[in-house]
Design a protein around this ligand. Sequence first.
Ligand code: GBH
Length: 474
Amino acid sequence: MDDDNGIVFPKNFIFGAATASYQIEGGYDQDGRGKSIWDVFSHTPNKTKNGETGDVADDHYNKLEEDIALIKSLNLKHYRMSFSWSRILPDGTISNINKKGLNIITRKSTYCWLMASNQQLRCTIGICLKVLKINLVVVKAYSDYADLCFSIFGDRVKFWITFNEPWVTAVLGYLTGGNAPGRCTGCTPNGGDSSREPYIVAHNQLVSHAEAMNIYNTKYRNNQKGSIGITFNSDWFQAISDDPKDVEAAERHQQFFLGWYADPVFFGDYPQSMRDSCGDRLPQFTEQEKELFKATKSDFFGINHYTSTYVGAPRKEKVKENPTWYDDINVFTSYEKDGKLIGDKADSSWLYVVPWGCRKLMNWISKRYGSVPIYITENGVDAPGESDLSISQAVDDDFRLNYLKDYLKEFSNAVMIDKVNIKGYYVWSLMDNFEWADGYSKRFGITYVDYKSPDLKRTIKKSGRWYAEFIKNY
Ligand code: GBH
């Protein structure tokens, strides 16, 4: 198309779309699926918008063929999906493998594989960890699960992601309690310890990642010849002024957010800035674990990126008795400066449109972690008020279209001008879906899902039609 603003990427650049199992599948009790922490959480009163759950979601579980046709009609040669742990292992452990649950995953991954081999491309399938207990038993449970996935699907799946956005599980699941499993200091009905648990959770996630890498390396890599890595999430944290204290605060925030996870994976330990402020609440890795990290790392740097925030050094001294991760960073954040917003506001309260931020983040990653291939595994937006519009208005989504063009332009600048080693981009999301605690009130799809129609009708939005044309060139 000629209206793509000269957005140019290298010829073999990967373009895809992403989804996550709990957000689209539904079929929550079909074929022996067990309960995940999201089933429990969303069925607990007052935890999600209007008490909405993923019981049905987009009913993707029962509409697989239709959705594969949708994927094809969008010219997508790359698709990122996740496995539902509780479908495969209903009680989370390897002692009980659910054959029926494996069926859909087999069907899903085979479709992806067929698309891939016909078109000489690969598909992305992540392992979705939504079951996390606060002890190292989880490392064993997780690595058993990963091992099983590699053994069954590794012939088709050549691109594995161990964890998606582990930060979200640790902080929203165990600090604010806003996401499953809904733990925090004073949270009902679960309780928790916002000051300590998020650090323990992160620690276990990191060791689990390294174990899964290790299993892939020792048992599967030679035969299966795939790649495996992890996907983080991070905003760009822009210093609110040139004052060195603010610049330092923004850097500290970036390290606390992204370095918390990426430093152990790539360097074998947490950032010094975190050691300095968290004291004994930040767990220690054993020497053996540090060695494991150095030996395994991650074949690529997966990053989900949506927005940017201003950050500055605190203007007042705050001392808290039970500090959390947010207090430990010791900064203030703001979406505005001198009465001006950092970018246009999207529908979600945390999302502002700041295309220049993504280019800065890409450069920060490349400077800190070197030339490891980067995949943007999610990027997308919800349009203001979209859920209140009629279908015909909602699918005319210029807001999303402009977001995608503007972000792609900046990602393209990072690749073509700054020479950052970005290899792929997946738009979030293939279709509107269950938006976690926001229920169905937010829409990130390039395809509209009509939740009011009995067959949950899908309609490709204008942004989806544009994306389908744009990616034809690659
Ligand atoms: C993505 O995360 C998720 O991976 C995806 O599943 C989801 O559909 C998509 O966002 C759109 O929401 O609760 O106010 O403290 C993006 C990164 C980090 C964005 C946590 C929301 C929580 C803000 N997310 N953040 S708040």
